[in-house]
Design a protein around this ligand. Structure first.
Ligand code: ZN
Length: 161
């Protein structure tokens, strides 16, 4: 059955940047199962997979606007080290949960210089083209329960405690 809203789609995927470096891949592990049409994957990929069917291989280039967004330099801010008291050993690459003017979000420490810490609230893949190679392994209709939860259950899906 072709992929449509409320399909449960199982895919193997490899995601590369424009230089061909692999950012993420399911190739060495379990495939990904997601609920189609519910924003569980980036919009540009969801759009390209609509109407495709089991067994198809799809290569898609997703622009930042339809991926993780454009890079927004207004989300980068410098704060004094004392503003992060309670957090030990602040260093570049750390992810912190912060209250910002845009609400709670995850920020990445990108620089520590003297007493100042630079925090970047952009998604790590913001501003990047996303080059996906997709192999569609399975397509089925979602159950009522999956639709009410907004995600996939069972093998390769979401597991509840
Ligand atoms: Zn659930």
């Amino acid at each position: 059955m072709p992929i449509a809203r409320d399909s449960v789609v199982t895919i193997h995927y490899t995601l590369k940047d424009d230089e061909g470096a692999v950012i993420d891949s399911s190739a060495s592990g379990e495939p990904l199962a997601y609920l189609h049409g519910h924003g569980n994957i980036v919009p540009g990929l969801e759009k390209e997979l609509t109407g495709r069917d089991v067994g198809e291989k799809v290569s898609v280039r997703v622009s930042p606007a339809e991926g993780y967004g454009e890079y927004d330099k207004d989300l980068v801010q410098s704060v004094p080290r004392r503003a992060l008291r309670g957090i030990k050993d602040v260093r570049p690459g750390m992810h912190l949960h912060a209250q910002t003017e845009q609400g709670p979000r995850t920020v990445t420490v990108t620089r520590v210089a003297g007493d100042m810490v630079t925090l970047d609230g952009n998604h790590p893949l913001a501003g990047k083209n996303l080059n996906f190679d997709i192999h569609i392994e399975d397509v089925r209709q979602a159950t009522e329960e999956e639709l009410s939860h907004g995600h996939v259950h069972g093998a390769h899906g979401h597991h509840h405690d």
